[in-house]
Ligand binder design. Structure first.
Ligand code: ADP
Ligand code: ADP
Length: 245
């Protein structure tokens, strides 16, 4: 079966307009269905506000969908309990735009990377965990000294490498990259995209790669979803869609 299957997914946001307490409904995701197969990179592209992040958050079970089904490895995960969701968290991970925002400025990077290992009971001793953190730092192109550095000492590209390190340390299966390189300079973008592609080979990740930037998505994706106003406008082979824009 596909690693992920989305069936008729809907997400509505309710906002109060302030007029006569009338509720304003935004259908951020509208009747979306698609499949992702293991080892594939699915690109999700579309203009800002079309619902990409909302769809990503629904798949991560961070924000419950209004209707529809999400299947992970054939099992319906749309209605899991909080503790079941916590278990699944390790397998489905997010790399977002700027991991700096979620790093504690007073904690060295090495310890920040150890946190998720402790939460998910990865590694049996502090020594083992540290070894693993050093290995992962090296793998994302950061030298050992970064273990002892603080978040503010990082360049944009280095911040994103730390974000990637924190994700891969959990050995997830499905990785959702939401505008993961959008805040970076073009040359740094290319380095980080290449790193993501290498890691996919090493770890056998499946990616859902979200970006408003066509060039970036085209570089990464095998299959492409084009979103427009909450709906899927096109779905298919990346090369074919770009051949007939
Ligand atoms: P994208 O990631 O493609 O930029 P989003 O998923 O962030 O799009 O947003 C889709 C739509 O949902 C937009 O109209 C946005 O204003 C709305 N939206 C997103 N998050 C919320 C929220 N928490 N509450 C209300 N509306 C929201
Ligand atoms: P980039 O082009 O990747 O964004 P920067 O110009 O931001 O790089 O940073 C270049 C170098 O300076 C990097 O190696 C980074 O580690 C270092 N650096 C950036 N900010 C600081 C800081 N506040 N303290 C110490 N070193 C820093």
């Amino acid at each position: 079966p596909p690693i992920l299957e989305i069936l008729n997914l809907e997400k509505e946001y309710y906002g109060n307009t302030g007029f006569f307490n009338k509720q304003n409904v935004v259908k951020a995701v509208n009747n979306v269905s698609f499949k992702v197969f293991e080892g594939e990179t699915l690109g999700l592209v579309g203009e800002s506000g079309c619902g990409k992040s909302t769809l990503g958050k629904a798949i991560l079970l961070l924000d419950k969908a209004t209707a529809g089904t999400i299947k992970y490895r054939g099992a319906d995960i749309s209605n899991l309990s909080t503790s079941e969701i916590r278990k699944l968290r390790k397998e489905i991970q997010l790399i977002f735009q700027d991991p700096y925002a979620s790093l504690n400025p007073r904690i060295i990077l090495g310890e920040a990377l150890m946190e998720p290992m402790i939460v998910h009971k990865i590694g049996t001793s502090k020594k083992k965990r540290k070894e693993k953190v050093l290995k992962i730092l090296k793998r994302v192109g950061l030298e050992e000294s970064f273990y002892y550095r603080y978040p503010h000492e990082l360049s944009g590209g280095q911040r994103q490498r730390i974000g990637i390190a924190r994700t891969i340390i959990m050995e997830p299966k499905l990785v959702i990259c939401d505008e993961s390189v959008s805040a970076l300079d073009i040359s740094v973008q290319a380095q980080v995209l290449n790193l993501l592609n290498e890691l996919k080979e090493d770890f056998g990740f499946t990616y859902i790669f979200i970006s408003h930037d066509l060039a970036v998505v085209k570089y990464m994706a095998d299959q492409l979803l084009v979103m427009n106003q909450g709906r899927i406008e096109e779905l298919g082979d990346a090369d074919e869609i770009y051949a007939n824009p």
